[in-house]
Design a protein around this ligand. Structure first.
Ligand code: PMP
Length: 442
């Protein structure tokens, strides 16, 4: 049979996924894979959720799509209301798109339009962090600091400033308290705003818990509050990218609620549709919406599939599941159990440098030498070998092998479905430990 698909990789043949059963994906040979990372922190309800399936059938039977240039839909209206009801203070409007990159693109364009509307046309610069990923479309890629993803497209990317991440494991100095460390790295934002000229800076973009660059790195307590203060001092918008860490992944519907920080805009996707539909959203403050509504009256942006009724119906069902099954509390308890199980199995492992994260969003950083925090030779591709060993053993985990500030890293991200049972946590940790040992021995 000829194969014409042009997928992520041009190498090799992937198994064909044919069905889902809760936390498992089943391939054409009948092999079962425990979805330890929910793909890329997507499948928060597992793979065969009855409520989402019913909601999709119901929406499809009534109406799949009506262009948002002409109509709104009950599903989209209800979703926006529900998201705002749970959002941090000040967030009042929801712009529905089809994924994370689209949400970030919309945020950057809206930030620019906002400053045009309020008569500050010099503001156009974005500051982000070196350890970050905000999407693969050109604007979002320019915002992210992930060197490997940016490298060959650099000439196409608009200039963006990248300051230090909040990456305690590698950067907090010996004897430096968490609070002092958080302040030191947050203050790089102050310095960069001053260097660029505050009147030219439009927004600071960050993930509250870093996902796809380094495996679930939370900021230290107080860091985001300091960032918020600096943004306020200079009239710079704070955009928090919760595409990965949002929608309950950390045990809170929005990760920044745990930090006690309210941004001007939040981007979400992934867990919003739980993989049942492609959907993302940009959530914005009443002030930003008001400036556009009371100004030109029109956000000069848009996509054909924005506000798609099927996608919104799926997301409404996801929110109902989270609410009615008490899944946020479950993420916290199962997340603690996963953390303990990882620490039990790998806490003293000579090649595990750090275990970190929040809720069911956990990262493991591999090192050649635990004491010196020395990294593996990148040519060994330890992260990719662990992924392959785990996959062969029937476990899906998300590997990362980027360079941050010249330091190569081998990281793994774990983001299992919120419904994960204790026995499946054991299965995950046992399979992962074996995969790590085999990959390093190879
Ligand atoms: N922002 C963050 C924080 C992400 O993790 C991702 C995807 N990994 C994106 C944006 C881009 O989302 P998408 O792949 O849905 O375009």
């Amino acid at each position: 049979m000829p194969k014409h698909i042009f997928g992520r990789s041009t190498k090799g043949q992937l198994p064909t996924a044919v069905s889902g059963d809760g936390c498992y994906i089943i391939d054409a040979s009948g092999k079962r894979y425990l979805d330890g990372s929910g793909g890329a922190a997507v499948s928060c309800l597992g793979h065969s959720n009855a409520r989402v399936r019913a909601a999709l059938h119901d929406q499809l039977d009534r109406l799949a799509f009506a262009h948002t240039g002409f109509f709104t839909s009950d599903a989209a209206e209800a979703l926006a209301d529900r998201l705002v009801a749970e959002a941090p203070e000040g967030i009042e409007r929801v712009y529905l798109v089809s994924g994370g990159s689209e949400a970030v693109e919309a945020a950057i364009k809206l930030a620019r339009q906002y400053f045009m509307e309020i008569g500050q046309p010099k503001r156009h610069r974005v500051i982000a962090r070196r350890q970050s990923y905000h999407g693969n479309t050109l604007g979002a890629l320019a915002t992210g600091g992930n060197e490997w993803r940016r490298a060959q497209f650099a000439p196409l990317l608009v200039e963006t400033s990248h300051i230090a991440p909040c990456y305690e494991y590698r950067d907090r100095a010996e004897g430096e308290g968490q609070e002092a460390y958080g302040r030191r790295v947050a203050d790089e934002l102050e310095d960069e705003i001053q260097r660029l000229g505050p009147e030219t800076v439009m927004a600071f973009v960050a993930e509250p818990v870093v996902g796809a660059t380094a495996g679930a790195v939370p900021a230290v307590p107080g860091y985001l509050k300091r960032i918020r203060e600096i943004c306020d001092r200079h009239g710079v918008l704070l955009i928090l990218d919760e595409v990965m860490c949002g929608m309950g992944r950390t045990g809170y519907l929005f990760a920044c609620l745990e930090d006690g920080v309210a941004p001007d805009m939040i981007t979400i996707a992934k867990g919003l549709g739980a993989g049942y539909q492609p959907i993302g959203a940009l959530m914005v403050s009443g002030a930003i919406y008001g400036a556009v509504a009371g100004g030109s009256g029109f956000f000069q942006h848009g996509h054909t599939y924005m506000g798609h009724a099927m996608a919104a119906a799926a997301a409404n069902a996801v929110l109902s599941e989270i609410e009615e099954r008490g899944l946020l509390a479950r993420v916290r308890t199962q997340g603690d159990k996963l953390d303990q199980a990882l620490r039990g199995a790998l806490g003293q492992h000579p090649h595990v440098g750090d275990i970190r994260g929040r809720g069911l969003f956990r990262g493991v950083e591999l090192v050649a030498d635990r004491e010196a925090k020395a990294t593996f030779d990148p040519a060994r591709k330890i992260h990719a070998k662990i992924k392959a060993e785990a996959f062969a053993a029937g476990l899906i985990c998300y590997p990362m092998g980027g360079t941050i500030d010249g330091v190569h890293g081998d990281h793994l991200l774990l983001a299992p479905p919120f419904i994960i049972e204790d026995a499946q946590i054991d299965e995950l940790v046992t399979k992962l430990s074996g995969a790590i040992d085999r990959a390093i021995a190879a």
